[in-house]
Design a protein. Structure first.
Length: 279
């Protein structure tokens, strides 16, 4: 069944993949962002900030069947002040969309809501975030679930893990490696690299976001992950070799972050069931 879908943060490196995937599946997409240069031209582009107070926002965005809310500033700067500064604006946008009549809401969550955790993260894992990014995302999740108790709409809280891909745009360690290679540097400062993470490619994540958001059977917190932990050092070396780079990591130059456990990954049981149901 084709849907009218609004995607916020549509110009971002995940958002642009999500817009393309939705359109490829036959949905009508309104793509919202402050910039629109990476958005699929088949989408209806709305160049605007969703942080403005606008009680008519749901009507103005075409009364969509679904909103996939990906917009977020400074996602790779975990202690940026913007996370808490923007939180009330995210809450207001979501409330105004729901009050207008939005029946389905999908929001991008993060493993950083959980904080320090060793082993698999499920939707029952307690959250004790240890960065401003994690605190803000966790608070937004709590606010959305509280709003759901007051109003009748479906919630898909899509919890992402370590995202790869679109190396020039994603502001991760991988984009930094490429930049330093271009600058002719032989080494880049790195942590121990021993921590185990759940890595996923950007286009694969976008596929999961769309699949989870368009179905009705499984809602609530959904881990978008592989469930297969890999060390950061192994993934970095795999990246360097695949790109045939000359630069090499300088292990131990940076300390590991206090909220990075020896190994944490997502429980993929829900997303695996969703993808299986599609077949």
């Amino acid at each position: 069944m084709s849907m009218k879908v609004v995607v916020t943060g549509a110009n971002g490196y995940i958002g642009s993949h999500v817009v393309r995937e939705l359109i490829d599946r036959g949905n009508e997409v309104t793509a919202v962002d402050v910039k629109t240069d990476y958005i699929d031209p088949r989408a209806i582009c709305v160049q605007a900030s969703i942080f403005e107070d606008n009680a008519q926002i749901y009507e103005q965005l075409g009364r969509p069947d679904l909103c996939i809310h990906l917009a977020w500033r400074n996602g790779f700067a975990h202690n940026a002040s913007s996370h808490m500064e923007d939180l009330s604006a995210h809450c207001r946008f979501i409330r105004q969309m729901v009050e207008g009549g939005l029946p389905r809401l999908a929001v991008m969550g993060t493993m950083h809501e959980v904080g320090y955790w060793e082993g698999a993260i499920t939707d029952e894992t307690p959250c004790n975030p240890m960065s401003m990014y994690g605190i803000a995302k966790n608070a937004l999740r709590q606010a959305v679930l509280q709003l759901q108790k007051e109003m009748n709409f479906s919630v898909y809280w899509l919890r992402a893990y370590y995202i790869l891909g679109d190396d020039e745009k994603n502001h991760s360690v991988f984009s930094k490696i490429l930049q330093m290679e271009k600058e002719g540097k032989e080494k880049f400062p790195f942590t121990s690299g021993k921590n185990l993470y759940d890595f996923i490619q950007g286009d694969e994540l976008a596929h999961m976001i769309v699949s989870a958001s368009l179905q009705d059977e499984i809602t609530g917190i959904i881990n978008l992950c592989t469930g297969k932990p890999v060390s950061l050092a192994d993934k970095v070396m795999e990246f360097i070799e695949s790109k045939q780079l000359h630069i090499r990591p300088e292990y131990g130059a940076f300390p590991d972050r206090a909220y990075d456990s020896p190994g944490t990954w997502g429980d993929p049981s829900k997303i695996e069931q969703i993808l299986k149901n599609e077949q």
